[in-house]
Design a binder for this molecule. Structure first.
Ligand SMILES: Cc1cc2nc3c(=O)[nH]c(=O)nc-3n(C[C@H](O)[C@H](O)[C@H](O)COP(=O)(O)O)c2cc1C
Length: 186
C-alpha cells in the first residue's frame, strides 16, 4: 500500500436484503476514486447491547467490527431513517463498539450518507448520527451532504442505483472523503 491509498470501512445501518442504503453503499464501492478501497462491514450478527454481556467481554461480531474500524483509515456510514433518527441496529452496533478499552472510532475520518423513500432523504437521522459521532471524537466530513430522497425511484428492479445525478453526488462525497482521510488519518 502506498501513502496515497486509503482503506475505508463502509457500514450500512440496514439489515434488509433489499435495502436502499446497502445498495447505495455497494454503489460506493464501484464509484470509489483511484486509491480508495471500500470494504463493507456486516452488523447483522451483533447482539443487543447488555452491560452484563459486556462484562463477559465483546461478542465475536463486535470484536470483529472493532478490529475492522481500527484497521480502516476512514469510515463511510450509510444510515436509513427510522422515526426521524438512525435505526436501532446501527445505534446498537455503535454502542457496543464504543465501549472501553480504546474505542476505535476516536480520531477516524468519516463521512455519512443515507437514502429514504421520504422527502428528506435521512436528513434527521444523519444529524442524530453526527451527534453520536461527535461524542466518539470522529472527524466528520461536513460536505457534500448526500441525503437521497425518493429512493424507490432511483433503483432498477435488481436494486442497482441507476440515477446518474445521485451517482455523481455520491462520487463527489467519496472524492471529498478520500482527501479528508489522507489529511486526518492517524
Ligand atoms: C420503523 C421505521 C420507521 C421509519 N421512519 C422513517 C422516517 O422517520 N423517515 C423516513 O424518511 N423514512 C422512514 N421509514 C421508511 C424507511 O426510510 C424505509 O423503510 C427505508 O427503505 C429503510 O431503509 P433501507 O431501504 O435501507 O432498509 C421508516 C421505516 C421503518 C421500518
Amino acid at each position: 500500500m502506498t501513502d496515497r491509498e486509503v482503506k475505508v470501512l463502509g457500514i450500512s445501518g440496514s439489515l434488509r436484503s433489499g435495502s436502499y442504503n446497502t445498495a447505495v453503499l455497494r454503489e460506493a464501492l464501484r464509484l470509489a476514486p483511484a486509491g480508495m478501497q471500500i470494504e463493507m462491514a456486516d452488523i447483522a450478527g451483533i447482539p443487543l447491547y447488555n452491560e452484563d454481556d459486556y462484562a463477559q467481554g465483546f461478542p465475536p461480531a463486535v470484536e470483529r467490527l472493532r478490529e475492522q474500524i481500527r484497521a480502516a483509515d476512514g469510515l463511510l456510514l450509510v444510515t436509513p431513517e427510522y422515526n426521524y433518527s438512525m435505526p436501532g441496529v446501527l445505534k446498537n452496533a455503535i454502542d457496543w463498539v464504543s465501549r472501553p478499552p480504546e474505542q476505535p472510532f476516536a480520531g477516524k475520518p468519516a463521512a455519512i450518507m443515507g437514502a429514504s423513500p421520504g422527502r428528506f432523504g435521512t436528513a434527521r437521522a444523519q444529524y442524530h448520527l453526527r451527534q453520536s459521532m461527535v461524542f466518539l471524537d470522529v472527524h466528520l466530513l461536513n460536505r457534500p451532504e448526500v441525503m437521497i430522497a425518493g429512493a424507490q425511484k432511483l433503483f432498477d428492479p435488481q436494486g442497482t442505483l441507476t440515477d446518474e445525478p445521485t451517482r455523481v453526488h455520491i462520487r463527489g462525497l467519496l472524492e471529498a472523503l478520500y482527501v479528508w482521510t489522507l489529511k486526518h488519518r492517524g
